[in-house]
Design a protein around this ligand. Structure first.
Ligand SMILES: N=c1c2ncn([C@@H]3O[C@H](COP(=O)(O)OP(=O)(O)OP(=O)(O)O)[C@@H](O)[C@H]3O)c2ncn1[C@@H]1O[C@H](COP(=O)(O)O)[C@@H](O)[C@H]1O
Length: 112
């Protein structure tokens, strides 16, 4: 079930998106999305979210993996177009985790 953990990170994909988006290669989907602007990219993000929801509700595991990859990629394109670095989103997630105290609880040894 599933595949082995990958060393590929969202930060790697963020870098690729920025490079391909700015590059202007006519064969690049990322460059097309950048050229189309925020309205088109955000619409695409919404479509991919709906496709991921459909796969989840249908219980189609393979489709959910594929649509999730589409979703995360298009989300990174939208973040790039908005000038929001991934690190800012991660910092917000970290702040929420720290606020909830979950990380500290997990680090504490379990009571005997
Ligand atoms: N992760 C992705 C990725 N996920 C999805 N897609 C593209 O997203 C597009 C949209 O998917 P759809 O299913 O909606 O396809 P579509 O029907 O052709 O699109 P529409 O006609 O609806 O506009 C497809 O062309 C997919 O190839 C991606 N395109 C690029 N990447 C990453 O970006 C890198 C650079 O890609 P290019 O910019 O194309 O060189 C790649 O190496 C990947 O790492």
């Amino acid at each position: 079930m599933g595949s082995s953990p990958s060393a590929f990170s969202l930060a790697d994909l963020e870098k690729i998106v920025a490079e391909r988006g700015r590059g202007g290669d006519p064969g690049s989907w990322t460059a097309k999305l950048f050229a189309g602007g925020m309205d088109r990219a955000a619409k695409k993000l919404g479509e991919e979210a709906v496709e991921a929801v459909i796969a989840a509700v249908a219980g189609d595991r393979n489709a959910l993996v594929s649509e999730s990859a589409d979703l995360v990629y298009h989300w990174l394109v939208v973040l790039a177009l908005a000038g929001v670095p991934l690190s800012e989103v991660l910092a917000e997630l970290e702040r929420r985790t720290a606020q909830s105290g979950i990380a500290e609880k997990a680090a504490r040894p379990a009571p005997r």
